[in-house]
Design a binder for this molecule. Structure first.
Ligand SMILES: C[S@@+](CC[C@H](N)C(=O)[O-])C[C@H]1O[C@@H](n2cnc3c(N)ncnc32)[C@H](O)[C@@H]1O
Length: 309
């Protein structure tokens, strides 16, 4: 059961991601990056396993890259659920744009905390970046249990919690989120951030560096590092009302898998190819054992798959 304050929280989260996903949909670099997130091995299951299976994408949002990948892996039908209904038209348009036939998916309103399907319904259940947006750790545990309820015996649950601790997630982003909540001007800056604003600042930097210090900066190269995808990355990490990825440590997540009856629990990692400024950090983000990776990214990106007993 969700309470009234849960509903407000969920609707706010939805509104934020609706806008972010709409921006991503118009940007070729973002679409290429998102498609690159998923390859045949991403979910830690043999690629021949998917044929004829049924999958549930909880908190599917409006981009559709996961449903498109599952269709490519020959899943019979994918079911997408999310809060309210505003995401359905844009997700349908996105899937149509990727030539995914209507018989391959079904979309409905649904909450991670009370999934509108019967027990043991799905061969595979996905919760990709949703649980960390629930208001409390108790909700996260309840959401995990609810996802496990609809997963069949021998089916798989793929759960992605995102970046955990280190200087970047443990200190810098929590401070930025706090400042965003407290400072209206900064909040407006983040809510409206776009490449043009950053590029205009780069014009000023290069002009003044030349004028005052006779330094030459490569303006075009600097601008190429900051596009729409970078702006939405900032919004993603800052705007959501709740962001509990630091609390979702590998230990915490493994315990949930254990308590909900899973075997073959595996942590998954994937090198994410980027084209903006984040490309310089991607190798450290991926490595997890390198000393600088540990300093910057702590426990690294937390995502797991487990097989229901
Ligand atoms: C970071 S986005 C992830 C979207 C998508 N899974 C993806 O990987 O692109 C978070 C999504 O979770 C949804 N969401 C948040 N709370 C939810 C809840 N309680 N139940 C279902 N979806 C929820 C939001 O509406 C939003 O679409």
């Amino acid at each position: 059961m969700t309470t009234e304050s849960h509903t407000t929280h969920e609707l706010k989260t939805r509104e934020i991601y609706q806008k972010q996903h709409e921006r991503l949909a118009t940007d070729d670099a973002a679409i290429a990056r998102i498609k690159g997130i998923y390859d045949d091995e991403t979910f830690g299951v043999d690629p021949t396993w998917y044929e004829g299976k049924e999958a549930l994408d909880i908190g599917c949002g409006n981009v559709g890259a996961l449903i498109a990948k599952l269709t490519e892996l020959k899943v019979k039908k994918s079911y997408g659920i999310d809060i309210a209904t505003d995401w359905m038209d844009s997700l349908t348009a996105s899937l149509e744009g990727q030539n995914i036939g209507k018989e391959k998916y079904e979309l409905s309103t649904g909450n991670h905390l009370s999934i509108p399907f019967e027990d043991n319904r799905f061969d595979m259940v996905f919760s990709n970046g949703i649980l960390i947006h629930l208001p409390t750790l108790e909700d996260i545990k309840a959401g995990f249990k609810e996802a496990s309820r609809v997963c069949k015996k021998d089916g798989y649950f793929f759960a992605s919690f995102g970046p955990c601790q280190g200087l970047v997630q443990g200190a810098i982003f929590p401070a930025i989120r706090k400042y965003y909540r407290e400072n209206k001007e900064f909040a407006a800056f983040i809510d409206n951030i776009n490449p043009e604003t950053i590029h205009e600042s780069i014009d000023k930097i290069t002009k003044d560096a030349k004028k005052f210090a006779d330094q030459d900066f490569d303006q075009q190269w600097m601008k190429s590092l900051f596009g729409v995808d970078f702006c939405v990355f900032l919004q993603n990490y800052i705007q959501a009302p709740s962001w509990l990825s630091n609390e979702c440590t590998p230990e915490f997540v493994e315990k949930m898998f254990e308590e909900n009856g899973y075997k073959n629990v595996k942590r998954l990692s994937h090198f994410c190819k980027r084209t903006d400024v984040r490309k310089y950090f991607a190798p450290l983000h991926f490595d997890m054992e390198h000393p600088m990776s540990k300093v910057l990214y702590g426990e690294g990106y937390v995502q797991y798959v487990g097989q229901k007993i």
